[in-house]
Design a protein around this ligand. Sequence first.
Ligand code: HGY
Ligand code: MN
Ligand code: MN
Length: 418
Amino acid sequence: MMIKVEQIKKQLEALAQFNATPGVGVTRMAFTPEERQARDYLRREMEAVGLEVYTDAAGNMFGRREGTDSMAAPVMIGSHLDTVRHGGAFDGAAGVVVALEVARVMQERKLATTHPVEVVVLTEEEGGRFGAGLYGSRAMVSDLSVELDKTDADGITQRQAMQDFGFDPERIGEAVRKPGSIKAFLELHIEQGPVLEKKRTSLGIVETIVGIRTISVTIHGRADHAGTTPMEMRRDALVGASKVIVAINEIARTIGNQTVATVGTIDLKPGAFNVVPAQVEFTVDLRAPAEGLLVKATEKMERMLGQVCGELGLEYVWDQRLGVSPVTTDKEIVELITEIAVAKGFSSRKMVSGAGHDAMMMAKAFPTGLIFVPSKDGISHNKDEYTSKEQIYAGAMLLKEAILDAAIVTEDSLQSVT
Ligand code: HGY
Ligand code: MN
Ligand code: MN
């Protein structure tokens, strides 16, 4: 039952072509022409291996392989297709393509499973366009109608973007899956960090995914003439933002325990060399392995923001866009994956994921597993992101065996494998 890594490599290279910034990493935002091309490509590849393709109201795309009991809850495998701006070719795409390859092998070997198996492509995991992320997986566990008015950098709402893309966003609530309606969700993903490579380990078996809070902070001051306004009269939004951003970094360092905070975007108005900045908007990406750490960091940061703005005569808005608590993956799935790795002779280690994944949303409602494969030099969200064929092969073998176990491959179909 051979996994064909050349097939995986070819499909990853094909997907990387659907890109808004060729030559400068991969940029494939949700509901864009590039994503449409990637979805259409994958739909064809899914159909080529006999999967029946359908899309839910959140735009999640599923390739279904029937089980002997078509009423049984499916086992789902997959990840996301959207990327960060100027990202790499493996983040998300590797999980989708490996899931597809598992389905191809099952088809080629005519394996029968009790439970249906579904390859899934989840919508807007990165949040690069509408600022929250994990959209498709969140829509499968909760009604996200309230978020449809979020706008992208061009002022287009998620509602409009989904309509233009051919979806009916008003039906988004229909994407929610009932408890028990999915037997298990498994995701293979690149680690996006240095641990597996440093520890010379082939596979990461994730037990905990950190909690994430994504906050948009806007600081309001007053535009003034750069030459005539005395320093003590100014309400300089950028001076305030600069003090706050350095203090945010310090608060995360002081709290420690793997608490991390990142200010990854900043925008100021009016943005002229001879005008005191009136407004600065920036985002804070805050993560920690325990909810209490997120609460403590948030409280400290908001209090500090109020103090700095009070001293400088500025106003502020603290708008939390996303708040996801830390999750643990399914213990039985962790044990299953660990046993398979040992049986197959792959080195593996249990891990905490510092990156967010669709698995963290699915884990809130369904038994979920997350498998990591190494990232070269721990690099990700970067055009130089890379994982070798051999490393992906190990992950694909593990995922295949886990799926056959979870979906309960029938004995006689296994016997028939030549
Ligand atoms: O931000 C993350 O952790 C993921 O790449 N969306
Ligand atoms: Mn990512
Ligand atoms: Mn990802």
